[in-house]
Design a protein around this ligand. Structure first.
Ligand code: SAM
Length: 246
């Protein structure tokens, strides 16, 4: 049995599991309850377990944070609170446990493909100044950033990671080919798209796309993908050129 077929078979029995640890549980599934991801959720292609961190807090106020040792601005999420929540959630084999943080390695499409082919993800959403380092070390959590900017909490980053994974699960996108031929899949940005009308406000669709010549269309699209990558993403372009030499 091929890897892809076995994956599809596994997926048919057990939904891909998203477990989210958050102080704002009502934010989920949020936008992931709509459109493709929402339909996939209803159809049991993925499951959404939300673990509220607040009940693990301490004292009558269920405190989850405290002042940083060494002084400085803001509050830090306590390690004992996060530990109690992580202990309470059942972790299936093959599930990646991830702390979303601007201090993490950048999230790439290849990571998304890896997570989408696994059993699921556990996502720890930080708030305040973040989470005490010791609990991140103790659980050896992967630390992942969705970009070089600072959000107010990990929940929006969780939506980003989950949305990108869910659309790759078998049966979510109608045409599986669209996730094979898209930006990053082969290391380049995608070529531009056009649809009807063929002429719009004095702008014509490139002639070659109307030619019916599939080889010429493929060559044009490849050239466009290379040109836009070279112009907008010199980092991706250099890697592409290096790979092409091998
Ligand atoms: N003090 C932290 C720093 O400077 O690295 C920023 C903390 S931020 C205000 C609060 C939480 O938002 C973080 O713990 C993290 O979970 C989430 N977050 C913020 N920016 C993020 C990003 N770029 N990628 C992933 N998560 C992010």
């Amino acid at each position: 049995m091929t890897g892809v077929k076995k994956w599809a078979l596994d997926m048919a029995c057990v939904p891909w599991q998203a477990t989210i640890l958050t102080l704002f549980p009502t934010m989920f599934p949020g936008p992931l309850g709509q459109s493709l991801a929402g339909r996939a959720l209803k159809n049991g292609i993925w499951s959404c377990q939300v673990e509220d961190l607040r009940p693990y807090g301490l004292g009558s106020h269920r405190a989850v944070d405290d002042a940083p040792f060494g002084g400085g601005a803001g509050m830090v999420m306590r390690p004992d609170v996060v530990d109690a929540a992580l202990k309470a959630i059942p972790v299936k084999k093959g599930v990646s446990r991830i702390y979303l943080t601007p201090r993490g390695r950048p999230l790439l499409q290849q990571d998304i493909q890896h997570y989408a082919h696994s059993a699921g993800v556990v996502l720890l959403c930080g708030r305040f100044e973040g989470v005490d380092e010791r609990v991140l070390e103790a659980y050896n959590l992967e630390q992942v950033s969705i970009g070089d900017y600072v959000l107010s909490g990990g929940e929006v980053a969780a939506f980003v990671l989950l949305d990108a994974c869910i659309r790759l699960l078998p049966g979510v996108i109608g045409c599986e080919q669209s996730s094979v031929e898209e930006s990053f899949s082969k290391g380049l940005l995608e070529y531009p798209h056009y649809t009807r009308p063929a002429q719009w406000e004095g702008r014509d669709v490139p002639e070659v796309l109307l030619s019916g010549n599939h080889a010429a269309i493929a060559a044009w699209r490849q050239a466009q993908a290379e040109a836009v990558t070279k112009q907008r993403r010199p980092d991706l372009w250099s890697a592409w050129v290096e790979r092409s030499k091998k």
